[in-house]
Design a protein around this ligand. Structure first.
Ligand SMILES: Nc1nc2c(c(=O)[nH]1)N[C@H]1C(S)=C(S)[C@@H](COP(=O)(O)O)O[C@H]1N2
Ligand SMILES: [Mo]
Length: 342
């Protein structure tokens, strides 16, 4: 399990320290607080397995290696001279690596700024044998009962042809904070946050998946097939998900007509969202508003509570591939809340 720096053989940029040097998990907002279409930088959740490296942009670089004709080290100051692109995208943590069945609801919708990875890689002559893009973050340390000397992830190279993968150094027009990966991170719109490697210092082209703690040990879902066989699927694409913003859980309402509204997203794009006000017995299609390709979309439905009582409200998104949110026991299971009408 242990990945030693020596085995990987890659020099890492110098960092002052990792502080704190332990798991960081910070989720500032509750579902009813996601009123703004773009989540403020200070409200973005923070998830780091082993701590927060304190790194400086002046000493930073990015190495390009593996299956490329011209491997190279690019200083961060040179990197940022390339054309800047902005992409609005839904950023979501996949939850507990060892337990994908718990819906942890850590998400944000933000504007990333950086350089286009597909265009950038074409500078180095990517070999036709390359099938995966590996990415390396410099944080190392103890995670659970394992030690890792690098945060390494991989993605299929085909994802680049669908566009908008960024080497990001800005969030909502501001520099990344140290917690959010300053100086540089990978952003793969439509993929779970675990793939968005922070403190990124190396990109490597390879013809196979990267073996390791964060690629093949954790972050793989077991899939059961009809014939009884099992396979494992990397935690890459965002499954359909939706969450009601208003009303809030436990809110007291009158019998006046009101709007039930929330956000929905999916890697394959949202096809429709259903809403239930009776604990899932009956479902009505909500109105779905337009939005950017990788961003969340607002849904809404008018509702006049029929009388006093307690109501269980739920929303359920289906994506364009026909996948639907499970009712329970999955990271993207249906969100429900209860309101009391007086
Ligand atoms: N280098 C590094 N990158 C990382 C992680 C990490 O522990 N180390 N955590 C990942 C996980 S699990 C998530 S959900 C996102 C969280 O990004 P945020 O803290 O900027 O919201 O970063 C990802 N990138
Ligand atoms: Mo995560």
């Amino acid at each position: 399990m242990e990945e030693s720096k020596r085995d990987l053989g890659h020099e890492q940029p110098k960092i002052a320290e990792i502080r704190p040097h332990k798991l960081v998990r910070h989720v500032p907002l509750k579902p009813h607080e996601y009123i703004q279409p773009i989540t403020r930088k200070k409200d973005v959740f923070v998830l780091s397995h082993v701590g927060i490296p304190r790194a400086s942009p002046t000493d930073w670089w990015l190495d390009i290696g593996g299956l490329v004709e011209r491997p190279q080290r690019i200083a961060f100051s040179e990197l940022v001279k390339r054309p800047k692109r902005k992409v609005t995208s839904l950023h979501q943590c996949a939850g507990f690596p060892a337990n994908p069945r718990i819906a942890t609801r850590r998400y944000a919708n933000v504007v990333w700024g950086g350089i286009d990875l597909a265009a950038f890689l074409s500078e180095f002559g990517v070999s036709s044998e390359a099938r995966f893009v590996w990415s390396y973050g410099c944080d190392h340390g103890q995670y659970g009962d394992t030690t890792s000397d690098v945060y390494r992830k991989d993605m299929p190279i085909e994802r680049l042809t669908r566009g908008d993968v960024l080497l990001a150094y800005e969030i909502n027009g501001e520099p990344l904070s140290q917690e959010l990966g300053c100086p540089l991170r990978l952003i793969i719109p439509g993929y779970y946050g675990t793939n968005a490697v922070k403190w990124l210092y190396r990109i490597e082209l390879a013809n196979e998946r990267a073996k390791g703690l964060y690629t093949t040990t954790f972050y793989n879902d077991v899939e059961q097939h009809a014939d009884g066989s099992q396979s494992s699927k990397p935690v890459w694409e965002l499954a359909p998900e939706s969450v009601i913003v208003s009303p809030a859980d436990k809110q007291l309402l009158t019998t006046d007509r009101r709007e039930i509204w929330g956000w929905a997203w999916a890697e394959a794009d949202v096809d429709h969202v259903l809403v239930s006000v009776d604990g899932g017995n009956n479902w009505v299609k909500a109105q779905l508003e337009e939005g950017d390709r990788w961003a969340w979309k607002r849904f809404h439905l008018d509702w006049t509570p029929p009388g006093a009582g307690t109501y269980s409200l739920m929303s359920r998104a289906t994506d364009r591939r026909g996948q639907t949110q499970p009712l329970s026991d999955m990271r993207n299971s249906v969100y429900s809340l209860s309101v009391t009408v007086v």
